[in-house]
Design a protein around this ligand. Structure first.
Ligand code: AMP
Ligand code: MG
Length: 334
């Protein structure tokens, strides 16, 4: 019922908030279980926005975890399915990033995530139930051949930690194709900033304070043509007997990750990578996340620790500005 209302609201928002004036265009819509804000400026903005909305509804149609007929749901129900470009690309990317993060990001936690139902049924499972839900989570249970996907051994995909990032990659490609000079795309808080502001300076992206409310931020980063993607235990959780159970699972234990971080924020040139890595680095915790960063050159990190220390990787230090002294800041070097 809640979902139906959300979808209805989405349609209303879609209709009511699509507004364009001059050569700027903006829209807010609700898809993929999330609020999306698209703001475009300059020549081609209106046409591009229209195309982006069409493609977002195609992505939602294929990748939604809530639509009975989506390719994702059909693959999860055990069908061997010839899938379209989006499902194929996002699944391949998910397998690759899972390997690269040594399993900290896992696309096969479908049964486990359903079992806990964080934000829905909010259930604390027994260790037997957890072991059963972890069965079949090895990547070898995904068979990809040509355009066909099939799952073995009861494996179930959950692509919630990568789909929005992947969708923002597609949005970026469309902005380039339409030659739109500047845009800000926010898919459920995953931000992509395209080009520069009108005065040719970089965009300032606010980083949400994991200890604060929705509009409270602790720092800004000045960037162009980059994705800024955050993961943290503040995003979705429930409390039982004084314990916070949040939505980011440690695939090794089958329970919410006991990370020393409140939030992991990735800055990258690739949205799917940024999304997968923000989830993975949160699971890894500060030390392993920094090791992982030292071994790879395709992303930068801002790690907000439970101990009140924020670690910023060196390439970001010039564009990172804290709003005040609420955290202690340190720079990590390679
Ligand atoms: P994100 O907000 O991108 O960090 O994604 C979190 C969502 O991804 C959760 O709500 C789960 O649906 C799913 N998820 C939880 N833990 C993991 C994990 N370790 N690897 C991949 N997906 C996960
Ligand atoms: Mg993610």
């Amino acid at each position: 019922m809640q979902k139906k209302c959300a979808v209805f609201l989405a349609v209303l928002l879609f209709a009511a908030l699509l507004s364009s004036c001059g050569n700027a265009a903006e829209s807010r819509l609700f898809m993929m279980d999330t609020v999306m804000d698209l703001k475009l400026w300059g020549d081609g903005a209106k046409e591009c926005l229209r195309d982006m909305q069409t493609v977002l509804s195609e992505l939602d149609r294929d990748l939604s975890a809530y639509r009975k007929e989506s390719e994702l749901v059909r693959v999860n129900s055990g069908e061997e399915l010839s899938v379209g470009r989006y499902m194929l690309e996002v699944t391949s990317a998910a397998l690759e990033y899972s390997e690269r993060t040594d399993g900290a990001f896992s696309p096969l936690l479908g049964s486990l995530i359903e079992l806990w139902g964080v934000g829905e049924k909010n259930y604390v499972p027994t260790s037997e139930e957890i072991s059963a839900a972890l069965f079949g989570t090895e990547l070898s249970n995904v068979e990809l051949s040509g355009e066909k996907i099939a799952l073995k051994n009861g494996a179930k995909l959950n692509l919630g930690a990568i789909t929005k990032g992947y969708a923002s990659d597609i949005m970026r490609d469309m902005l380039i194709k339409h030659n739109v000079p500047r845009a800000v795309v926010s898919l459920g808080g995953n931000v992509y900033v395209h080009g520069t502001k009108e005065d040719n300076t970089p965009w300032n992206v606010a980083l949400r304070d994991p200890k604060g409310g929705e509009n409270d931020y602790f720092a800004t980063v000045s960037l162009s043509d980059r994705f800024v993607i955050s993961s943290g235990d503040y995003e979705r959780y429930f409390e039982r007997d004084g314990v916070r159970y949040h939505h980011i699972m440690d695939p090794k234990t089958g329970a919410p990750a006991r990370s020393d971080l409140l939030a992991a924020i990735v800055v990258s040139e690739n949205g799917a990578l940024g999304d997968a890595y923000s989830t993975a680095t949160y699971v890894m915790g500060r030390e392993r996340a920094l090791e992982f960063w030292r071994e790879n050159t395709d992303f930068e990190l801002v790690l907000v620790g439970r101990d009140g220390t924020v670690t910023v990787t060196e390439c970001l230090s010039d564009c990172f500005t804290p709003v005040d002294g609420r955290y202690t800041y340190e720079t990590a070097s390679r």
